[in-house]
Design a protein around this ligand. Structure first.
Ligand code: ADP
Ligand code: ADP
Ligand code: MG
Length: 499
């Protein structure tokens, strides 16, 4: 039988992640070479590369639906995996793939369209009996209606774009005097960014936690959930550190929230991997927030504690396979944490960093799973988002995984660009994280750059660099075995701690 040809319409770490699954399932993996990132690491893992130069008047390749599908047809592609990001939640793109006889790896265009509008999703969630944050049933018609509504539920409120995503399209309104102005601004922004100006209102929860349930459904009506992830460590509504399970979810809650997620997915006829997001108030009440109809950045924490390969299942489900896993097969083993490594300077308001990575040294041991699209010598361009790697660590329990993650972070040395690694270290050492009391407001309310370890960056960086070069040199000479390299890293770690 001819090998199936799977095209990945995405880049960086997620492209490599999907290539791994394609290979495991005996498929050819094909990727695009963007002219904005000619030597990217993911290109080295693919079986075939399609050159995709953007003409001056064209959208960049990863946003250019028609061009992706045209090139896919030319190259006899059987399946397209969109990764995460813009096209993965674009119903027109899914429909375009299908219209061209290409299997789109994800749910149907109709499901993507419905869940892409938060107001529609919320309406369907109510029908399935899920609790909602107090707020408007659907979009509010104008600024005056917004004001009347907010007066009714009380301030603060949050104005949200129905079509919003990626942490964008939200405005918090503290008092009645500013709601009309905010509504107008939100409307204009939403229309410009998402092509849809619908705005709805929710009560703004002051100190909530973000909890989400991973689900898998097939095309034969089977749906299971794989437990929760806690993603409360956010900056500007975007996740930075995620963990699974959540210390705030009891087994009774897990059963209840998981069953609700499954019921909802079943009711809408959902298939593929998907995530039901909940927001939980300080008093423990939780509410449905939205559904993401794609693989998520933080899917590895779920994989690590359940042993289920979510991307494999996405592909198999797209090929009409039946889910062979039953709910009772899903067992939670230990604890996992993911830290996103973004090229942003935590010392300086997370300002984006671009340019050369002179040297990068990754943590390596059996508890660590590293997902990255970058190596020493890679260039971080301003054209894509700032996440260059994810460090995912597994431990026996929460305390164990926090320690192991800190160890991994200390062994993630990068020279050339500032990253969120020192920020993640500060978070993992903070009592609010250790006690699991952190909420989505933690970065805003608690974090200050002086929590970053007080080390002389230059000296430590130079030290780490010397050790990295020296240990690599010695390894090349065959003089020291790899584990000695670990010993050197531990030495750097101790040096940092005692500095
Ligand atoms: P997840 O829910 O999987 O954690 P994120 O919210 O971090 O995902 O978004 C996944 C990726 O998609 C990010 O890299 C983000 O840049 C991008 N993205 C998705 N939708 C949007 C949007 N509307 N605006 C900006 N970025 C977006
Ligand atoms: P997106 O599509 O951008 O992911 P979400 O609706 O999932 O949008 O919200 C993203 C984040 O915004 C949440 O994780 C939470 O931190 C914050 N948020 C959303 N709604 C509320 C609310 N009603 N009260 C407080 N915070 C909220
Ligand atoms: Mg969300």
């Amino acid at each position: 039988m001819m090998k199936k040809r799977l095209l990945i319409a995405n880049r960086s770490e997620i492209a490599i992640r999907i290539i791994r699954s394609a290979h495991k399932l005996g498929m050819y993996a094909i990727v695009f070479r963007s002219d904005k990132e000619q030597d990217a690491l993911y290109l080295k893992f693919a079986d075939e590369i399609i050159d995709a130069k953007d003409a001056d008047d064209e959208k960049p390749i990863f946003l250019n639906q028609q061009k992706i599908v045209d090139l896919a047809v030319q190259h006899n592609i059987d399946l397209i995996h969109p990764g995460y990001g813009f096209l993965s939640e674009n119903p027109d793109f899914a429909a375009l793939c299908i219209a061209n006889n290409i299997n789109f790896i994800g749910p149907s265009p109709e499901l993507i369209r419905d869940m892409g509008l938060k107001t529609v999703a919320k309406h369907m969630a109510v029908e399935a009996g899920l609790p909602l944050v107090p707020g408007s049933e659907g979009p509010v018609a104008n600024a005056q209606d917004a004001k009347e509504f907010a007066d009714k539920i009380g301030y603060p409120v949050i104005l949200k774009a129905s079509a919003g995503g990626g942490g964008r399209g939200m405005r918090i309104v503290e008092k009645p005097e500013t709601i009309e102005r905010n509504f107008k601004a939100a409307y204009d922004e939403a229309l410009a960014a998402f092509g849809n100006g619908d705005i709805f209102i929710e009560k703004y929860l002051q100190n909530p936690k973000h909890l989400e349930f991973q689900i898998l459904g097939d095309k034969h009506g089977n749906v299971i959930h794989l437990g929760e992830r806690e993603c409360s460590l956010q900056r500007k509504h975007q996740k930075i550190i995620e963990e699974a399970p959540s210390a705030s979810v009891t087994s009774k809650m897990r059963e209840e929230m998981g069953a609700m997620a499954v019921r909802f997915a079943q009711k809408i006829g959902y298939y593929s991997a998907g995530t039901i997001e909940y927001i939980m108030d300080e008093d423990g009440s939780y509410y449905f927030m939205e559904m993401n109809t794609r693989i998520q950045v933080e899917h590895p924490v779920t994989e690590m504690i359940t042993g289920v390969d979510l991307v494999d299942w996405q592909i198999k489900i797209a090929l009409d396979e039946k889910l062979t896993l039953k709910q009772e097969d899903i067992k939670i083993n230990g604890w996992a944490i993911e830290c996103r490594v973004n090229t942003e300077d935590p010392q300086n308001r997370f300002s984006p960093q671009t340019g050369f990575i002179d040297k990068i040294n990754f943590p390596q041991n059996s508890s660590v799973r590293l997902e990255t699209g970058f190596l020493s010598g890679s260039i971080v361009t301003p054209y894509f988002d700032s996440m260059i790697a994810k460090i995912i660590v597994h431990g026996a329990d929460r305390e164990d995984v926090i320690n192991k993650t800190l160890n991994a972070l200390y062994n993630f040395n990068i020279i050339g660009l500032k990253t969120t690694v020192p920020f993640c270290i500060a978070v993992l050492k903070h009592p609010d994280f250790i006690n699991a009391t952190y909420t989505t407001r933690w970065v805003d309310k608690v974090y200050t750059p002086d929590m970053l370890e007080n080390e002389d960056d230059e000296v430590i960086a130079a030290l780490a660099a010397t050790i990295m070069y020296a240990s690599e040199y010695l390894q090349l000479q065959g003089d020291i075995p790899a584990y000695k390299n670990d010993a050197l890293n531990v030495w750097v770690l101790n040096k940092r701690l005692n500095y």
